[in-house]
Design a protein around this ligand. Structure first.
Ligand code: SAH
Length: 256
């Protein structure tokens, strides 16, 4: 892992364009890292790939960057970049989900309200800060888009056409029923993913209390939804989010 600091900037990045840094970023480079003019810094903005830059002449407390060379081109966001739909849980665990979804390549992170969701408000500014820091640390070239908290039905309707919903269902209607089918336990996630072509997906994770029988029936009734099991143990929502995203990336995503 490179020790060169890596920053997200909003400005365009191209040779000859001086990039002005805000106070926080200037302070981080000049005071926290104690760097000066000429020191290397890597930047990305989600549009122009990743660039090697140098700190320009320092005026007072503000720094600027001079782009030197593009090190990585901006990839088209792969269709396989998953959307995460998750019911917020306790604060620290919700922050954990947002950070891990960023590291695991989620394209969009959508907190959703379900009947048994305990946490009924989220701090979008906090999510955006977590996403920004995690994207810098994990060396992503793009930032996942964070959506505001919305009812599950609204979030499902807003999904891009053709998206398949991977519905992590911790228990079917009949615990003794065989795998799969309309009312039995959901099929093992690896088997379900194997049936999908190269389609965009949204991974759905419920709250601590799980989904209500009505929600489960509604979800299972959708033709764009595939219920999946994450094994015989009940996982915490934050564990389920990491597990489902990891399995997706390993079998269908950019870990291949
Ligand atoms: N109310 C449930 C626990 C819900 S866990 C109970 O106590 O039985 C929170 C969420 O994580 C679930 O809604 C589901 O989306 C996911 N999850 C947890 N364990 C899972 C499993 N074994 N299979 C599929 N999804 C799981």
């Amino acid at each position: 892992m490179s020790s060169t600091p890596r920053l997200f900037v909003t400005e365009d990045i191209f040779e000859g364009k001086t990039i002005a840094l805000d106070e926080g970023q200037s302070n981080y480079l000049l005071r926290v890292l104690r760097l000066g003019a000429g020191a290397p810094v890597r930047v990305f903005n989600g549009r122009h790939g990743e660039w090697d830059c140098e700190i320009g002449p320092v005026q007072g407390k503000r720094a600027s960057l001079e782009p030197v060379k593009q090190m990585r081109a901006q990839p088209e966001l792969p269709a396989s970049a998953p959307i995460l739909l998750f019911a917020p849980v306790k604060k620290a665990e919700t922050d954990f989900i947002v950070e891990k979804a960023t590291e695991l390549g989620a394209a969009r992170i959508c907190p959703i309200l379900t009947e048994w969701t305990q946490t009924r408000t989220v701090r979008l500014d906090r999510f955006n800060k977590i996403v920004l820091e995690a994207s810098e640390q994990t060396e992503r070239l793009d930032l996942p888009q964070v959506e505001d908290l919305q009812p599950l039905a609204t979030a499902l309707e807003a999904l891009p056409g053709g998206t398949v919903v991977i519905y992590c269902d911790e228990a079917g209607d009949d615990m003794d029923a065989p795998w799969g089918g309309d009312t039995g336990r959901a099929g093992p996630i690896a088997d379900v993913l194997a049936t999908l072509g190269d389609v965009p997906v949204a991974i759905l994770i419920g709250p601590e209390g799980g989904f209500t029988p009505d929600e489960r029936a509604c979800l299972r009734g959708r033709d764009d939804t595939r219920p999946v099991s994450l094994g015989p143990r009940i996982l915490r929502a934050e564990t389920a989010a990491v597990a489902a995203l990891s399995v997706w990336q390993a079998l269908k995503g950019d870990w291949r």
